[in-house]
Ligand binder design. Sequence first.
Ligand code: GTP
Ligand code: SPV
Ligand code: MN
Length: 614
Amino acid sequence: MNLNRAVDLSGQSWHTNTPKMIKYAHVQKWVDEMAAMCQPSDISWCDGSEAEQRRLTAKALRTGELIELNQKKLPGCYLHRTAANDVARSEHLTYICTSFQGDAGPNNNWMSPRDAYRKARALFNGAMKGRTMYVVPFAMGPIGSPFSKIGIELTDSTYVVLNMRIMARMGETVLDALGPQGEFTRCLHSKADLDMNRRLILHFPEDNAIWSVGSGYGGNVLLGKKCLALRIASVLAQREKWLAEHMLILGIEEPNGHIQYVAAALPSACGKTNLAMLLPPEGLEKKGYRIWTVGDDIAWMRVDTDGRLWAINPEMGFFGVVPGTNSKTNRNALITVSRDTIYTNVALRPDGTVWWEGHDDPPPAKAIDWQGKPWKPTLKDPQGKPVLSSHPNSRFTAPFINCPSHSFRFEQHHGVPISAIIFGARRAALAPLVYEALNWDHGVYIGATMASERTAAQFGTLGEVRRDPMAMLPFCGYNMADYFGHWLDMGARLKHQPKIFHVNWFRTDEQGKFLWPGFGENLRIVEWILARCREEVPGVPTPIGYVPNPKDIDMTGLQLPAGAMEKLLAVNRNDWLAELDAIRDFFEQFGTRLPDAMWQQHNALRRRLQNAKK
Ligand code: GTP
Ligand code: SPV
Ligand code: MN
């Protein structure tokens, strides 16, 4: 290895392994400053090569950060276990740090940049002692695309580097693209001592910087993903007049060969990955439908010169929920994770393969659970409940190109044109299976008033309904009142507005059972959505928007119990009037900053509900 002594501001010394990668003074200066604070024993610039991946994997196996899985059955696959209190995004420790609190808005935790830097410096000071600091240049979006943004993440975690390789375009080509004056997001991460009481995830939109300390969990530490591609990008998007959204992008190849693209926002662990990879049910497959996956979590969308909305997926991989993945729910995902995948917090079987709740195979007689403890299916906790082998928010990190349904347009710099925008939520009651907004502004209101039951993707009480506008509550880097205004503004800029819909795959019957089978069957609803976009079928008007006439949903090969479709599509006026009170309370937090158009939509909906009641 070519060792090269670097300058040190703190009087300490370290070494850097690839001096040819130190191209730009502005990058070097920042790396030096951060290293002086974190005091790593050495600095390693990541070039993104396969040799580097092999070296880092070997190191992670030595330190125990990774466990090798059965390479015959799962080639290129490894297992990682996080600390027990570090298994999901820590939203309560996530801050937007702007000079004025009003710019972060009531939807965000706020700290002044000065306080935030002071608190974080105390945690970062010496945090990398005895460890390597990796310099990870990465691009979100195809390099050279007008959509794309560059970041550099400094991290002391080998796991983070290996994940970033999968999730983003990474390495020397990114530095080449950056240029000597190039702007990039300064991302700093240290595991430090993985202490939840000394954990902070800080965003500085005014400095284009992200500092994350004290965690090793994906959403907190893969800084290109939620931190850059959503929180920082949403601020840039408002400034530069585009959209950075928590959305999947899906191409639906229709029987006539045309591919239509839709973007859909569903809150964390509410079905984006599943919808993005869906396999048509038999009846629809016979008709000639095929699905193409463009993205499963993040969409960046711009108005192009043709007046339409175009979207890219800025990521290169999937960081998906593992439990529940099987050949019936998501065969494409199962194939995707059969190679070159990093599993986090799932169970290990004696033969060196992995298992989780909802796997195709029956529970193994014995296994090692996600915390590294012996596990068997009969194990009960002190309350008598079965002990889970895998954490409910266990995840896979897998390359996008592994997915059999990956779209050939994935790398195209201008993205794909969006015909429909779908908002979705997880709600046992109230929201029908699908309904369509009356127009763009009403669609923005539907997105802004989304509410969903809390899942395992974030700390908190499971099942509690919380408002999660556009599935962006944890990810909007600025005041959501302004964000709604930005959405309204984008509608005005579009000559061809996508139609906006709302879906709910999770409505239940009196026994708490899902009324709708979901997964591949969801294509039946998407088919109706596309038919509406082409104005081929009439919608049934209700106070909340258009619902389908049940005869317009192709049910070939699917038999629902009698009355189920009526229950799925029901609009209960009293429930909706009660919902309006909750929405009013939510809106009132934003004071006069909330666009008038949102109140107008709100009042119009109330009038429609009241009139319908008479
Ligand atoms: P994030 O990666 O956290 O943003 O989540 P996601 O929105 O991509 O969620 P994902 O597709 O991984 O789904 C999460 C959970 O929802 C899994 O347990 C799925 O089994 C379940 N799920 C997904 N789609 C459906 C559906 O159509 N019906 C039902 N009942 N469950 C679903
Ligand atoms: C989510 O929670 O919405 C995820 C997983 O997609 S994470 O990247 O951890 O945020
Ligand atoms: Mn997500």
